[in-house]
Design a protein around this ligand. Structure first.
Ligand code: HEM
Length: 223
């Protein structure tokens, strides 16, 4: 994929006009596939908040990091073939600066948001950033909304509806998760002169993104 990205300026430069049309069509397809892969990475989180633990969730969770990395690289290819290459090689850099429309700007914002997530999608960054890593990867929700706006304004294609469904699923899963948080009353020792009288309220932990923690006992196949 990285090779494809590096080779794309040469491919575009030497392409005939007919081939250039094909490359733009390919760029559109890269965007669609990038969006599909990106949406797949959101499924484990949605399932987790709805407390659905099944094989699909477990399998996606295992490959999620790789899927996300590929989604970003495809989005770069999409951007290059549909926007940068036609403008930089095709009509000059000046046109590139003046040609940006609102949906392209939204695309750039989405790519900028996805970039730090892509950069830190590895064990080293996860270890180094600690709790900050999870917080950083929460920006995926902002990226999703911007991607939805981008697709809706860019092409008005059916993928805009899929993006809207993903936004609604994300929102409703969070609402469901918060509303169904069970507060467990933990019995405390009888009050003494030093101890407070109020019982301790312990909230169950948020569904974790860690595949090994999210697969419940009921997910393991029984004979
Ligand atoms: C700098 C960033 C981006 C630019 C300049 C850009 C540009 C465009 C343009 C011009 C279109 C309209 C294509 C057409 O109908 O002729 C489009 C469509 C689309 N873009 Fe992007 N985009 C960017 C980032 C992204 C990202 C990050 C995603 C998703 C991960 C994405 C997904 C899509 C999808 C799914 C479509 C609809 C394709 C179709 O109609 O089949 N784009 N984009």
């Amino acid at each position: 994929m990285v090779l494809m990205i590096l080779a794309s300026p040469f491919v575009y430069y030497y392409a005939t006009n007919e081939l250039k049309e094909e490359l733009i069509a390919a760029g559109r397809t890269f965007g669609t596939v990038a969006f599909i892969l990106y949406s797949i990475t959101l499924i484990p989180g949605i399932f987790g908040r709805f407390r659905i633990f099944n094989t699909i969730k477990a399998i996606i969770t295992l490959f999620r990091r790789h899927i996300g990395v590929e989604a970003f690289l495809l989005a770069i290819l999409h951007e290059a073939y549909i926007f940068t290459l036609p403008f930089v090689i095709g009509s000059g850099f000046k046109n590139f600066l003046f040609a940006i429309t609102s949906h392209e700007l939204l695309g750039f914002i989405a790519l900028t948001i996805l970039f730090p997530m892509w950069l830190t999608s590895n064990d080293f960054s996860e270890r180094k950033l600690g709790r900050g890593w999870k917080l950083l990867h929460r920006i995926t929700y902002i990226a999703l909304v911007i991607i939805f706006l981008h697709i809706a304004t860019a092409s008005g294609s059916g993928w805009a509806y899929v993006a809207l469904v993903m936004v609604v699923l994300e929102l409703s899963s969070w609402i469901y998760f918060v509303l169904t948080l069970k507060k467990t009353i933990v019995p405390v020792q009888p009050p003494t002169a030093q101890t407070p009288t109020t019982p301790a309220v312990v909230e169950p932990p948020a569904p974790t993104e860690n595949p090994t923690q999210n697969i419940s006992a009921s997910d393991t196949p029984t004979k």
